[in-house]
Design a protein around this ligand. Sequence first.
Ligand code: F6R
Length: 366
Amino acid sequence: EKGGYEHFMLKEIFEQPQTIYDCLRGRLDANAGTITMAGIQQYADQLIKANRIVMIACGTSWHAGLVAEYIFEELCRINVEVEYASEFRYRNPVINEGDVIIAISQSGETADTLVAIETAKAKGAIILGVVNVVGSSIARASHGGAYTHAGPEIGVASTKAFTAQLAVLTMMALKIAHIKGSISEERYRLLLKEMEEVPEKVAIALKQNDHIKQLADKYKDARDFLYLGRGYNFPVALEGALKLKEISYIHAEGYPAAEMKHGPIALVDENLPVVFVATKDAYHEKVVSNMQEIKARKGKVISVITEGDTTSTELSLDTMVIPETDEILAPMINVVPLQLLAYYIGVAKGLDVDKPRNLAKSVTVE
Ligand code: F6R
């Protein structure tokens, strides 16, 4: 049932080219320039007129919401807020008519997310679910939405569900932006074409497997890790750190690369691995100067970089190399080496990576 892989987590990491492909199939047609999503189309008017979109989720799904915030604001020019379900539900949140809520959940059973959307629904919000498990409670409580179609995720740490969430949320943003007219036809067409190439690029990223396994042996004894990124890659840094914590029990923190100067930089010394998500995008030069700051303080710079980026290579002790794509789509590819790094560090430490201590696959109690 593990398909020849040693653990479900590794199997699910390697399934991602297929799961992303499945998620796009029947929906995205780059040649025709169309995105078909019936459960979104139905609410297109409300989305276009929305005063704001609120993403509600927990854990890894919350990270997908953060990436989506950057994408929706850029492409759709709609104000987006991203909320931890547990905080949102208890603080008597302001919900106005015309607010659209997007609930993101792999299991569709996370108690905090479910109650949060039920509360918002009672106050008149429109709820769209981005859910993996068909027929789950959150799917049923939503007015509309789109399934992620990633198939069953058995490993407790979420991997393929995350990239499928990103694929669905990106298609939603593209669809809304196109109907609204807030994206140029040229950029829309280009992003659709690039999107179709993501499964293949994820497959290329997976070829770093053996290299990352070696990195894991080299860094497995670190006490702490710092993960840094900016823009679309900031949530990827958070996700990389969460994966490492869950699977290897090493303390890790994700931070916006520029914000590090305001505190965490005090942690940097010759023992601290600092993982930069530093692929080529509009922020790249800025990220490179953040790398220099870490290197100057003797931190061990490890970076996820775009093929051919010699500047970042020179600044790094080790690199994980990724094929180039549009910055909006990069998180789906960039997270893959970080999943592998966490996995192999957990394995190197002899831990039960499919069932980390204290964690449950779905958190149905608050
Ligand atoms: C992380 C992880 C958790 C879940 C969170 C939300 O690897 O698995 O952080 O992402 O519990 O779960 P869902 O998406 O099922 O609502």
